[in-house]
Write a protein that binds this ligand. Structure first.
Ligand code: SF4
Ligand code: SF4
Length: 168
């Protein structure tokens, strides 16, 4: 049913196979954050596994498998975020910014590149702006021009926000 929704609309909603939230207790205490991978389709692809330096994305038994994560090994490094061709990986750091703020580390392929300190629109899976965020850092994990943008966002929206848009 969820898969039908994905194929029909291109929009992921709610809990779904292949999109697993980190264990809450670990997530709330893990500095630097934990990965979330929203990749429910069986496709022949595995850079999330091959790029992960810690083995947190488990080996694929079949190249078409959807990713499985050992959260105890994730360091929030974002190497997978920058390698995933589907922009399906991102990191959420709930230890950043106290009770109301969190840090999201999102893949970013658009121009212009956001500037550190800039206010950006935070978009949900439908591309609708749901809040403002502030760019904290712009990283290039593999030095290959693929960027990962760190944005402070309202903590309550980390399961809604999936992209940013530069405000002109
Ligand atoms: S954020 Fe780093 S440690 Fe975590 S799954 Fe991705 S590559 Fe592995
Ligand atoms: S690299 Fe991205 S698209 Fe490919 S299997 Fe991993 S999460 Fe899915």
């Amino acid at each position: 049913m969820e898969m039908d929704m994905l194929f029909n609309s291109g929009i992921l909603t709610g809990e779904r196979p292949g999109a697993v939230k980190p264990p809450q207790e670990l997530w709330e205490t893990k500095q630097n954050g934990l990965v979330i991978i929203e990749c429910p389709q069986r496709i022949p692809c595995n850079p999330c596994h091959t790029s992960c330096p810690t083995g947190a994305v488990l080996p694929f038994e079949d190249i078409n498998d959807t990713p499985r994560i050992d959260y105890s090994k994730c360091t929030g490094c974002t190497m997978c975020v920058a390698k995933c061709p589907g922009l399906a990986c991102f990191v959420v750091d709930l230890t950043y910014g106290g009770a109301d703020e969190a840090l999201m580390k999102l893949p970013y392929e658009m121009l212009p590149v956001p500037e550190v300190g800039a206010e950006v629109d935070c978009l949900n899976r439908s591309g609708e702006a749901v809040s403002k965020g502030k760019v904290v850092r712009v990283m290039e994990p593999w030095k290959d021009k693929t960027l990962v943008v760190h944005v402070s966002v309202p903590k309550a929206l980390v399961m809604d926000i999936r992209a940013i848009r530069v405000v002109k």
